[in-house]
Design a protein around this ligand. Structure first.
Ligand SMILES: Nc1nc2c(ncn2[C@@H]2O[C@H](COP(=O)(O)OP(=O)(O)OP(=O)(O)O)[C@@H](O)[C@H]2O)c(=O)[nH]1
Ligand SMILES: [Mg+2]
Ligand SMILES: [Zn+2]
Length: 169
């Protein structure tokens, strides 16, 4: 669940973005359409309203949530274990405890790059096959960013993750 200012970056990358409010009831039908008939996971920091969103979609579940109107974003961890829930609209959704930190399953920079799906068409266009997409000449990824085809912020995220895996290895 990124901050609102990141939404255009995800949209540009091809991910569907739905604006919702569990309290006002907006966007719920849209979310339901995405969940119906599929196996989904609701993930994000503690206190952002994951359980409230699922309750709003299917009130009979009555999942435990932090007290209403008490939105904190401060890691209260109201949901303490993952749970797979059958949906009336078909499919399953997992409510999960708030994310405390991320670990990378990917083991090298190449795998990180592949995880940024909208970058894939450009990864083979760099002059050097082992391009780090940072400041190398002839980098097709940098060129795509300059041309407005890829998000500069997404490139920055990718480069940060690449540094992390390289430091770990
Ligand atoms: N304004 C507003 N507040 C919301 C919305 N959804 C949830 N909240 C509030 O956010 C707080 C946290 O909601 P939860 O559903 O318990 O959050 P969670 O993401 O499940 O948190 P964890 O289980 O700790 O990971 C509650 O006090 C809700 O009232 C929303 O759409 N709008
Ligand atoms: Mg919860
Ligand atoms: Zn490159």
């Amino acid at each position: 669940m990124p901050g609102l200012n990141c939404l255009p970056d995800f949209q540009q990358a091809g991910y569907p973005v739905v604006m919702t409010s569990a309290i006002q009831g907006t966007g719920l039908e849209d979310v339901k359409r995405h969940l119906a008939g599929k196996l989904s996971v609701i993930a994000g920091p503690s206190g952002v309203g994951k359980s409230c969103l699922i309750n709003a979609i299917q009130p009979s579940l009555n999942l435990r949530t932090a007290a209403t109107g008490n939105i904190t974003h401060q890691g209260r961890h109201t949901t303490t274990s993952g749970r797979l829930i059958p949906l009336d609209c078909g499919g399953w959704v997992a409510d999960t405890p708030g994310v405390r930190r991320f670990d990378l399953l990917e083991s090298d920079a190449g795998e990180i790059a592949q995880a940024f799906v909208e970058f894939r068409p450009f990864l083979g266009t760099c002059r050097f096959h082992d391009c780090g997409h940072n400041s190398e000449p002839g980098c097709g990824v940098q060129a795509a960013v300059e041309a407005g085809l890829l998000s500069r912020r997404r490139l920055k995220s990718m480069l940060q993750l690449m540094v992390e895996v390289s430091q770990r290895n």
